[in-house]
Design a binder for this molecule. Structure first.
Ligand SMILES: Nc1ncnc2c1ncn2[C@@H]1O[C@H](COP(=O)(O)OP(=O)(O)OP(=O)(O)O)[C@@H](O)[C@H]1O
Ligand SMILES: [Mg+2]
Length: 508
């Protein structure tokens, strides 16, 4: 884990807002951020039938060449921490092999260039792969000097990107809290303050607001950060197993206890124990936990030894614990022990512009799920995100954006893609747009009424057949049936030619 100084707010990738970076995968001096020395330049050459002469040439130019004959082999050769240049010979693979190849082409640490022949370049699937994943392509046969230039360029570009980007896209976002609004800034300040003490922290917040992320942030910021952070979801473990999960057991403690098991409390020794969904803790475990908090010692099931354990307790719940105490389902004395310091997670709907910031952050994180290059969110999507109530908070936002990445058919994610169409107002319309829509509708109705007989429809509309034909093209109605094409073929003058003055729309 990184040092706690990395918790400080930093400008986000998008340049908008602040992030609280809480934990990132450890970086070694040889990790992706540092381009390997020139002598160690790696080149991945992917071809069903590799060209030995090309391999020899590349080696003579100082490349350390790895050859893969299939997508499966690429997977084995690509090392997550190493950047490399890549040559993919599209001509050598069958079209049906392309989907498997795509997964490998997506690897961000490889700077790809493609080799292709005219036949492959005519294939839309190949063209798409090249457009999306390659820095460049060349038609084969190709001069060695061109290859030298292109792979050097791709390698340079990938290392250039690398210096700006975080080491690993998954490592970044899993551990970062994004937030710029006042409520989140307040939360970040609280995290910093409570991290410096050893007192128990109670985190309250709706489902999916980031309670676990906050608990981890506190741990990462605390003097205990080098020791374990052990989470336990009290609601997910069957009641009869909870005691042994929390406190462990000795060999022979019960039937099936073949060997000693260390419980979660003991496993967190020196670190932090995160008791999630504490409201679901059964009474029996509440009593044991209280005893542990008072004495600082545990006893494994079936054991007679009291073992001192030093842990910092953070607990969280999304249920109304005050209500549970009133109903006698949760012990007040335990609550007071757990809730020395209290942190409240703001719901997503109360985070203003952060909704948009988070949505872009999530889009950036999960973009690799899709082959398409989605650019962002359409105005309708942004509007819907602000109007929606977000009962599932950030977790729900993540799910909706991931779904939208898969569903989106254009470069901008729409409200429909987020399944939030009801939450965006219908588009406002200019007068010109309203006229255009009315014109299209009138033409559609006339065509429908006259079963696509252009003469009659045009007479109804008070325009000539040629004008009607032209307007059908303008409004994308020309291909709706074969009738109109047939009609034009048989007796219509070609569009735009020999149009008499009365061919003009009466509106003009
Ligand atoms: N501020 C944030 N910035 C980025 N990601 C966040 C933020 N808050 C939450 N997340 C992400 O949202 C998801 C839900 O967060 P987390 O599990 O911490 O919430 P929770 O409150 O514990 O949810 P639940 O009540 O369902 O257990 C996680 O994937 C987390 O990484
Ligand atoms: Mg949780």
């Amino acid at each position: 884990m990184r040092e706690s100084s990395h918790l400080s707010s930093v400008t986000s990738l998008a340049g908008a807002g602040l992030r609280l970076a809480v934990s990132r995968a450890a970086e070694t001096p040889t990790s992706r951020g540092t381009p390997p020395a020139a002598s160690a330049r790696v080149l991945l050459y992917v071809a069903r039938t590799p060209d030995d002469a090309l391999v020899e040439h590349l080696k003579s130019r100082g490349w350390s060449v790895l050859v893969a004959r299939s997508a499966h082999e690429i997977g084995r050769l690509i090392k997550p921490a190493t950047t490399c240049a890549g040559i993919v010979d599209m001509a050598s693979f069958a079209v049906r092999e392309l989907p498997a190849l795509e997964t490998s082409l997506r690897q961000q640490q490889v700077g790809w260039i493609a080799l292709a022949n005219p036949e492959r370049l005519a294939d839309p699937a190949v063209r798409r792969l090249i457009r999306h994943y390659c820095f460049d392509y060349v038609k084969i046969p190709v001069a060695s000097a061109t290859i030298d230039y292109l792979v050097g360029h791709a390698y340079g570009m990938i290392n250039l990107c690398d210096a700006d980007l975080p080491p690993d896209p998954t490592a970044v976002s899993d551990a970062e809290m994004v937030g710029t609004c006042e409520a989140m800034q307040q939360l970040f300040r609280t995290i910093r303050k409570v991290a410096n003490t050893d007192a128990s922290v109670f985190i309250s917040g709706e489902s999916g607001t980031g309670k676990e992320l906050t608990a981890l942030a506190i741990h990462e910021r605390s003097p205990r950060r080098k020791a374990p952070f052990v989470p336990i979801n009290c609601g997910a473990i069957p009641h009869h197993l909870l005691q042994s999960e929390l406190f462990g057991y000795e060999r022979g403690a019960f039937t099936g206890a073949h060997q000693r098991k260390i419980g979660r409390v003991e496993a967190a020794n020196g670190g932090t124990l995160f008791l999630d969904e504490i409201g679901d803790l059964p009474m029996e475990s509440q009593a044991s936990l209280l005893r542990f908090l008072q004495e600082g010692k545990i006893e494994r099931l079936g054991g007679h030894e009291s073992i001192p354990v030093d842990v910092r307790i953070i607990s969280a719940t999304h249920v109304d614990l005050e209500g549970a105490m009133r109903d006698g389902r949760f012990r007040q004395d335990l609550f007071h022990r757990l809730c020395v310091l209290r942190v409240d997670e703001p719901p997503l709907r109360a985070r203003g512009k952060d909704i948009e910031l988070l949505a872009h952050h999530i889009l950036g994180k999960f973009m690799t799920d899709s082959a398409r290059k989605i650019r962002g969110f359409a105005p309708s999507a942004i509007e819907a995100m602000y109007n929606y109530h977000w009962p599932g908070n950030v977790r729900e936002l993540i799910n909706r954006v991931r779904r939208a990445i898969v569903m989106a058919e254009s470069k901008l994610i729409s409200a429909e893609d987020l399944d939030l169409a009801h939450f965006s107002q219908p588009q406002t319309m200019s007068l010109a747009q309203a006229r255009e829509a009315a014109e299209k509708r009138a033409i559609e109705v006339a065509l429908l009424r006259h079963r696509h007989r252009l003469n009659e429809a045009a007479t109804d509309l008070g325009i000539s057949r040629v004008t009607l034909y032209r307007l059908m093209g303008t409004h994308g109605l020309r291909d709706t049936s074969n009738d109109d094409r047939a009609a034009v073929k048989s007796d219509e003058k070609p569009e735009g030619k020999n149009v008499s003055p009365d061919d003009h729309d009466t509106r003009e």
